[in-house]
Design a protein around this ligand. Structure first.
Ligand SMILES: O=C(O)C(=O)Cc1ccccc1
Length: 281
């Protein structure tokens, strides 16, 4: 069995994947979140960050889920995130004029950057560990990375400046575990799933192109408990036609939940929406 994750080794996503699969699987590094989701065409599982308690939803993940065909969400992992500022051995904080990291990490450490690196430019990398690797390989001493502590031992020539630099102590990221289909089950898949993710857009015809999505009407038809709503532009859509992702929660531990979700999705379809369940865990 193989799992794709946002790489390289040393990312938070790698930690999340390890928490789920331990030593039972082969880990395959992917360069971007989009590549990780697409890796489900050839791999068994994929792990991607879903949202952070300081910086919110991970846009690239939802953009990948817009066109998800084969994959299915089968679990979640929550990690406490402690970011570190890392420089090259021999560098001085005063000489740093560029701080690199994944946009989530840069967004979670805005106060620290404003206070201690106010004149440095920020540079987005594909992941936190990719930033650590770039600093480690850099020929100059003016760059820093925001990453997990483990990166200081994984990549050579790095020095830890400060640990716990995120804006709030309370900093958690939730990751999705996806399988290549809904039948394959990751370790510790619950006997009675209690969550679901559905993806929905208005059906588009030339005649109704002015009709907007009426959320109230939609939620009435859905008639299930909604705990999160994310919204992204629908792929190849007319202007401002959106795709909604609704995370649902069962109100009791019951074996009827998959059936309830399925019935709700068909009700939504009967009412002219394009709807699919893309996760159950
Ligand atoms: O870049 C990483 O290490 C990731 O796994 C994405 C991410 C970035 C910041 C917080 C949580 C996850």
């Amino acid at each position: 069995m193989k799992v794709g994750f946002l790489g390289p080794f040393g990312t938070y996503t790698h930690q999340a994947a390890y928490e789920c699969f331990q030593d039972s699987i082969t880990y395959c590094e992917k360069t971007t979140i989009a590549d990780t989701i697409e890796s489900l065409e050839t791999l068994d599982y994929a792990v991607v960050p879903r949202e952070n308690s300081i910086f919110g939803s991970v846009v690239e993940t939802f953009d990948g889920l817009r066109s998800l065909k084969e994959g299915f969400i089968l679990g979640e992992i929550v990690l406490k995130i402690q970011h570190c500022l890392v420089i090259k051995k021999g560098a001085k904080l005063a000489d740093i004029d560029c701080v690199m990291s994944h946009e989530q990490a840069l967004g979670q450490c805005r106060k620290f950057i404003a206070e201690h690196l106010s004149s440095a430019a920020t540079f987005k990398t594909t992941s936190t560990a990719a930033a650590a690797e770039a600093v480690s390989r850099s020929k100059t001493l003016n760059v820093a990375a925001i990453c997990s502590k483990i990166c200081t031992t994984m990549f050579g020539n790095l020095e830890l400046v400060e640990e716990g630099i995120q804006d709030e102590d309370f900093n958690y990221t939730r990751f999705f575990v996806l399988g290549r289909n809904s039948l394959i089950k990751p370790p510790s898949y619950p006997t009675y799933p209690t969550r679901a993710l559905i993806r929905v857009t208005m059906r588009t015809t030339a005649a109704d192109s002015e009709t907007s999505f009426d959320l109230t009407e939609f939620l009435k038809i859905l008639n299930l408990s909604v705990i999160r709503i994310d919204r992204r532009p629908a792929p190849l859509s007319i202007t401002f036609r959106d795709m909604y992702f609704l995370e649902l929660q069962s109100t009791s531990k019951e074996d009827l939940w998959p059936k309830k979700v399925e019935q709700s999705v068909s009700r939504i379809r009967d009412n002219g929406f394009l709807a699919e369940s893309i996760g159950l865990w």
